[in-house]
Design a protein around this ligand. Sequence first.
Ligand code: HEM
Length: 449
Amino acid sequence: MESLYNSFGDKPFVGFWRFRKPGLVIKDPEVVKTILFQDFKNFHQNGFRVDPHLDPLVHKNPFMIAGEEWKTTRQTLTPSFTNSKLKPLLPLMEEVAAELVQYLRTNCHTCGPDGFEAKDLSSKYTMEMVATCAFGIKGESFKNPNAKLREMTMQVVRPGFIKNIEFMIIQFLPSLAALLKIRLMPKEVDEFFRSIVRDVLADREKKNTTRNDYIQNLIYLKKKAEETGGSYTEEDITGHAVTFMTDGFETSSITMGFIMHHLSQNPHIQEAMWKEVKKAREENQGQLPFEVLMELPLLDQVIHETLRLHPPLMALEKVCTTPTTLRASDGTEVHAPRGLLCVVPLRGLHKDPRFFHDPERFDPDRFSPGRKSDIPKCTYLGFGGGPRQCLGMRFALQQIKLGLASIVENFVIKTTPRTPKVIEQDPTYFLACAKDGLWVRFEERKTAG
Ligand code: HEM
């Protein structure tokens, strides 16, 4: 998609064919605005769908559904991602951040000259975050490289060659997928997640306990539905907890991995981050309260600049559901028929020199209060945009900021002989991923604490 984007200069649209179906790559931010915001109702459907009978848990994911079903689900889940629900998660998250620091302390001297693969390291942290915050369990990711939760999740988010082909059949030849009964989530994984949720519900019921986590919010939704004659089932709880895992775990670990890579190459930015976190702690009696953590400006800029260079979801795919005339800023018009696939190429837009000067350079200052407003609207969309913008954005920012703050307070991230000079995309993977890994090492900060 990126080469298609780059091959057509300043043209606002590029047409393409996929399995005999026409598609349109959008290169003009005005048209992106039309699709994501102004005429959202005509493009409310994502280009990904699964069969609700074959993949009932995946079908609960707001990303996979459309129309009224999406609207109701999104409205039901949105309150769980407000600050008032995220703030109580902080103590649980701090336990995981402490585990990460401990893990690095124990292993940073013995990990060998190549250091750690940053994405793999981050995935232990984000897996543990989702385990405790969404499911209310321990994932054992730091202790056991073959932990069951990780292994099961990987089967869905990191498929191998055969799974990739099955995935393509599900997306592009859905009737064949139905005929062959090909599912995105293997039966064994489906049953594993159902059993986790069943055990957590039974345990809380038996002990009559509650916990400040996401699954508790879902339990309240079920109780409320029972009291008011509505419908919210155990399968809904499981599906929505699984959504947290499938959408939140890998995207966040990809982002953290790339951040560590860039920090290893930019010691001055790392130093400035350390000073920012240190000052915030000093001003808050040694604590990093939720409101303070979420507002640390440099941490925020570093995350967004990393997402600009490496958006985990490299493109958004939206289906036109009502014929619409798309008008570009140079006056070109395209009449989008029903069913047309419109691709918003996040990576292409994010690296377009028309919108970002010296686009390959890692420069978090682009997102500073003084310069942020220079970024043209709808050219930076790391978390997407419009009514379907990432539901878990604030949770993602919270966990990444806490992880980064904990790392820079205690360690200095350095390059290793294996740190890549140029990052090549892994062609077998549908999310952003460095083909040869991102290698970094950690030196304990002498002035820690
Ligand atoms: C750095 C981490 C993350 C990134 C970069 C990211 C990015 C995105 C993007 C680009 C979209 C598509 C938005 C659109 O269509 O306009 C999306 C959707 C979504 N994300 Fe995230 N995401 C992240 C973390 C999370 C987390 C932690 C969750 C946890 C629940 C989550 C849940 C979702 C859901 C449910 C949707 C579908 C929303 C809808 O269609 O209504 N994401 N995300």
